[in-house]
Ligand binder design. Sequence first.
Ligand SMILES: *[C@@H]1O[C@H](CO)[C@@H](O)[C@H](O)[C@H]1NC(C)=O
Ligand SMILES: *[C@@H]1O[C@H](CO)[C@@H](O)[C@H](O)[C@H]1NC(C)=O
Ligand SMILES: *[C@@H]1O[C@H](CO)[C@@H](O)[C@H](O)[C@H]1NC(C)=O
Ligand SMILES: [Ca+2]
Length: 412
Amino acid sequence: MAILTVPVFWALISLFTCSVYSVPSAKQPRQSAGCTADYFNSIIPTGASIESVQHITSGSFSESGDIGYPSIASGLPPLCAVIVKNETENFRFGLFLPDNWNSKLLVVGSYSFLGGINWLDMGPGAQFGMASLSTDTGHSSGQGDLTWPTTDQLRVNWAWQALEGSIILGKSLIQSFYNDKSIAYSYFSGCSTGGRQGLKQIQRNPYFFDGALIGAPAWDTMGLMPWISAQATWNLPEDAPGSISDVNLFSRLQQEVLKQCDSLDGVQDNIISSPAACRANFDINQINCDVTTNKTYCWTQAQIDTAQKIYSDYVTSTGNFVYKGAEYGSEDTWSTFLFPADSPTSTSNVRRVFDAEYERTFMGYGADWQITSYNDSVVYDARTRDQNSVQATADKYDLGSFRNKGKISTYN
Ligand SMILES: *[C@@H]1O[C@H](CO)[C@@H](O)[C@H](O)[C@H]1NC(C)=O
Ligand SMILES: *[C@@H]1O[C@H](CO)[C@@H](O)[C@H](O)[C@H]1NC(C)=O
Ligand SMILES: *[C@@H]1O[C@H](CO)[C@@H](O)[C@H](O)[C@H]1NC(C)=O
Ligand SMILES: [Ca+2]
């Protein structure tokens, strides 16, 4: 499955895959202004500073110490790579400014809770001749690290402020660099957290972009994260009859879903193109150990009950909708949420990858908080916190002002 080819932590935030770009050929040439620290220092406003300026002719670029996005951007045309820091809000952003600029800007999003400038995804923009921009979202962190959100400023930067400030200052630096020629078109592309960032910016400022490519947006932070934790609790305790502890069970279920649902969309092609038809028709009892004659990786009734909870919408005990149930066909990804990442006797306090880290640090419950303490109040706390101070969730649904000027393409 394609999802296995992206780092698991990216996949965590969405049950979908985030695709990559194809590589275009270069566009029409235009000379750039001086790619020097002196030049950028002469145009940078108070409150921001220039961290580095490099003219890249080798075709590749990476920033040492970028633990969030360590991959080298390669296949680059000659360009100016700039790192800018906003000193007051403490976030950074990177720019690729191609020598031959096509007057366009591509802003790229981030993944999960990673902290760092996403140089890799900026590369294709530069290959198209676009100036490209990405923010570190205000912190530095690698995969699986959710220990950084210790202040509201750090959380707000991740939620939207670092990207917004980067776009505003970035656009003005780009125009100065290219001799005050204005940016003809600005685009956004992001997947997972990146999809959320794009929707959030469009909702906050419909004039930032002319078009946006929104992949598998993890737009509902305050519902999504408690839902992920809730799923972990549905699989506890690990010795309960309903606990799914054998990783092979997930692929067994997914195989069965594919077998029963593939052709429901009219085409036998290993793709479930009608999840709704699958949801309406799938008979999970075909893999029930009491029913099936094939006893290899069959599911007990108690385990089936756990699976049904995961497929169902998560609604609190008082009837508040929290998050839509998992799609049929996503079963192979469930192990990320349900299956222990370390041994039961581990003292690291991280039994699964996310398992409670969001509550401990992002929501401020503290390092000692255990997933076994999870209850519906986490949902309400997450909502209060998000709406009062962080505002990561992209839930201002009126996109009317953007519709009149731009386009959004989405994919999952
Ligand atoms: C720094 O970021 C904040 C928040 O986005 C913004 O208000 C401020 O103008 C930025 N400073 C500069 C110099 O861009
Ligand atoms: C039984 O199920 C296993 C696991 O899905 C599969 O590999 C095997 O081919 C099945 N055997 C039969 C006879 O269907
Ligand atoms: C629900 O969880 C919260 C956070 O862990 C905790 O403070 C509260 O006491 C719990 N409520 C109940 C009824 O267990
Ligand atoms: Ca099909």
